[in-house]
Structures are given as structure tokens and as C-alpha cells.
Design a protein. Structure first.
Length: 255
């Protein structure tokens, strides 16, 4: 496990350095063709592509913030390569449809527990890369669309377990907002589900929005983006399967 974590940290570090290098080099050498800015977003997360023992239980709201940059290939600013560095919180909620037993609860006499509900809050370092298409300015307004990929590396992953019949032993330990990928979750292990999540997320993204020029090179933009994940949310050697997708609404300032 230590070796896997070490490899993961090296990959995450290299991706971050690469993205920062792209942003810095574009700012330094192509200022007239490069737009740099800040953005913030709220997102709505849910699960799709689940296995038979996992059932999505609605949507949950999360958020994201970070840096963004557009490098335009032409003087009319119609086509660009967009890159971002974001801290994103993607949340989801689901029910286990199969009965479970807490493996450390040796005192329970109530038998298997049904309808365990899990609410996940996963924080990613995301490095979206996309191709952007932008209309000509219509007065101070322009419209844009983009598509690409948004690889994400887990920084933190927590969950909360709820059920109407959780054993008192487990309730006393308080299965609320605990870390799933380390020892905090060991007391809440069940016999037919592993709550650990995969350290990498790779979604396809597509979006669009509007840009409004304020003064000089400064502009504000607003947009919507849908991300559809290819990777399984849970560790690969288990029976659970689910993909956490989200729809984000963002605002930003470009300089």
C-alpha cells in the first residue's frame, strides 16, 4: 500500500508541475494570446453505472475553486486550449440494497442490517484540459463552448453512514464524516462492501457559457459543465461499482 501511495503522489506531483508549467510559459511568452483568471463553481453530484447492490439516492451539492487559462491559436480568439487547476469537492449519496453485517460488531443480535445509506464527500485536485471554441465579440459579449478531459487526484475522501437500525455499538463510534482510505474507517467495515475509493478520477467534460468584457483585458464569464466519469469510484478488486458524475455552474474573472 505504501508503494502504491508513493507512486500516486509522484504522478499527482508531475501532473501539477506540468499544468503549472503550461500556465506560466503561456503567461511569459504569449501574453497577447493568453487569458489568465480565477474561477469558482458549485456542482451537483450523483452516481451512475452502479452495480446491483448500489442504488443512487439523489443528488448532493459541492463546490470547486482555482485557476484557469486560455491560450488562443488565432488573433480573433476563436479557438483555444484551456487548462485549469481546481480544488473540487464532489459529493454523492447512495443506498446499499443488500443486507450487511458490521464485522467488528460481535455483540449484535439483530441480524443483518438493511438499507445502509452512504453520503460521500470526495475532494480532488483536478487538472482539466479542453479545446475551447469562442464566437466573435457581439458588443461586449461572446459565447463559448468547450470539451475535453478532467483528470482528478484524490486529496481527501470522507463518508457518513446512516440507517434506522445501526447497532448501538456502531452508533456510539459515530460513523459520521470519517476518512474512508485510512484507519478511521476500520470500525465501520461491513462484510459485503468496501468503502475505500479509487485514488484517480478520469471524466470526459463538455460545457459552454458566456463572456462579458468589462474594461481593457478584463472580462467576467459564466458557464455550465457536465463531467461524465469513465473510472470506477471504488477500489478495483471489489464487487461494488459506481461512477460519480457532476454538473457544475461556474463564474470567473479573466485578465
Amino acid at each position: 500500500m505504501q508503494t502504491q501511495q508513493g507512486v500516486y503522489l509522484i504522478i499527482m506531483k508531475n501532473f501539477t508541475i506540468l499544468a503549472l508549467g503550461i500556465l506560466i510559459s503561456q503567461v511569459s511568452f504569449a501574453q497577447e494570446q493568453f487569458k489568465f483568471g480565477l474561477k469558482a463553481a458549485t456542482n451537483i453530484g450523483w452516481l451512475t453505472g452502479t452495480s446491483r447492490n448500489i442504488e443512487n439516492d439523489g443528488i448532493k451539492a459541492g463546490f470547486a475553486y482555482g485557476l484557469m487559462g486560455d491560450y488562443y491559436f488565432d488573433d480573433d480568439r476563436k479557438y483555444a486550449l484551456s487548462s485549469e487547476i481546481l480544488i473540487s469537492n464532489v459529493k454523492s449519496r447512495f443506498n446499499l440494497t443488500t443486507d450487511q453485517n458490521f464485522v467488528n460488531d460481535t455483540a449484535t443480535t439483530g441480524g443483518p442490517i438493511s438499507d445502509l445509506n452512504y453520503a460521500y464527500n470526495i475532494q480532488y485536485l483536478e487538472i482539466p484540459l479542453s479545446v475551447k471554441f469562442r464566437t466573435k465579440d457581439i458588443g461586449n459579449i461572446a459565447y463559448w463552448g468547450n470539451f475535453g478531459f478532467s483528470p482528478g487526484f484524490i486529496l481527501n475522501a470522507r463518508t457518513t453512514i446512516k440507517s434506522g437500525n445501526i447497532p448501538q455499538y456502531i452508533a456510539d463510534l459515530d460513523p459520521t464524516d470519517y476518512k474512508v482510505n485510512d484507519s478511521e474507517g476500520e470500525d465501520f467495515t461491513v462484510d459485503d462492501f468496501d468503502d475505500k475509493v479509487f485514488l484517480f478520477r478520469f471524466p470526459l467534460m463538455i460545457g459552454g457559457g458566456i463572456e462579458y468584457k468589462l474594461a481593457g483585458n478584463t472580462a467576467v464569464q459564466a458557464g455550465v459543465r457536465y463531467t461524465n466519469t469513465f473510472t470506477d469510484m471504488f477500489v478495483k478488486d471489489k464487487t461494488a461499482e459506481a461512477k460519480n458524475n457532476d454538473l457544475a455552474f461556474a463564474v470567473g474573472v479573466l485578465f
